[in-house]
Design a protein around this ligand. Sequence first.
Ligand SMILES: *[C@@H]1O[C@H](CO)[C@@H](O)[C@H](O)[C@H]1NC(C)=O
Ligand SMILES: *[C@@H]1O[C@H](CO)[C@@H](O)[C@H](O)[C@H]1NC(C)=O
Ligand SMILES: *[C@@H]1O[C@H](CO)[C@@H](O)[C@H](O)[C@H]1NC(C)=O
Length: 299
Amino acid sequence: MKEGQKKLTALLKLAKPIAYVILLLFTYTLGYLSSPPTPSPSPPSSSAVPSLLQLPNLPTQLDHFRVTTHCADPVPSQLVRQTILDLVFNSTSPFINFPPPHVTKLLRAKRVKGWGSNGAVFEHLIKKVKPRTIIEVGTFLGASAIHMVNLTRMLNLQTQILCVDDFRGWPGFQDRFKDMKMINGDVLLMYQFMQNIASANATESVLPIPFSSGSVLDKLCTWGVFGDLIEVDAGHDFNSAWSDINRAYRILRPGGVLFGHDYFTAADNRGVKRAVTLFAKVYGLKIKLDGQHWVIYSA
Ligand SMILES: *[C@@H]1O[C@H](CO)[C@@H](O)[C@H](O)[C@H]1NC(C)=O
Ligand SMILES: *[C@@H]1O[C@H](CO)[C@@H](O)[C@H](O)[C@H]1NC(C)=O
Ligand SMILES: *[C@@H]1O[C@H](CO)[C@@H](O)[C@H](O)[C@H]1NC(C)=O
């Protein structure tokens, strides 16, 4: 994480001189094109000029961090689970014949650990939004997903929870989870997550989507899978949080709520707080706080 931060700083330092060089080249080219020997029929369009003038400020031009804004038309809530099964799992629930024999002995009946997973924010938001689709970005062992299943059951909601995670933890996470097994470099997090979901009798309410958050959120946009409630709790460095929040916001249903943990954490140079703050500023949205969580209501 620190490494990433350093890289960004180095990049920003680099970006300014590069921007100047680009500007120079551009002005040179423009000067060349509009020089007397070839009287240009039309002057460069006026819209091209401001963008040239903005080049020296390249590092601060947020436009470059923008994600495409148009997603497919929304899939109806009741078809979300089948859509994911079809497009990710070859139309077969990954919970069928689970666990496979070669990992059965390596899993614990239930091994749940989370951070802030039972915070009151979940109950507040689920009661308020009554979500049909919840997208959780950053799931780990499923503690908060199971808590949300409990809440939606108590409220008699028909809710599908999509758990987006690469299920790799982070490099060396076993230092803190010494009981967790590894086979040939695979850390078995997805299987232990699925085992936890099975122990909670929640295999019909929850689906893992076991790929990196950026690639999944992009696909959900392409497929038109939107969330009424989206929890962003994956990478806490600025770049990860910024990317996840922007991608998540695209697939937030109008009237939905985006929220996440660790608003106050000092880890990763307060990456979460900086990303949330910048995001709210850019979109003109208000940040609300609920315990350790940040909450943003869609405009
Ligand atoms: C997907 O399902 C079809 C039909 O059941 C099967 O023939 C095919 O082998 C499956 N593909 C994978 C990758 O499992
Ligand atoms: C969910 O509900 C079950 C059964 O009522 C309970 O055993 C479990 O502790 C609850 N889990 C969470 C995370 O709230
Ligand atoms: C799951 O279902 C089994 C069998 O019906 C039941 O014994 C168990 O208490 C349930 N567990 C939870 C957490 O609801």
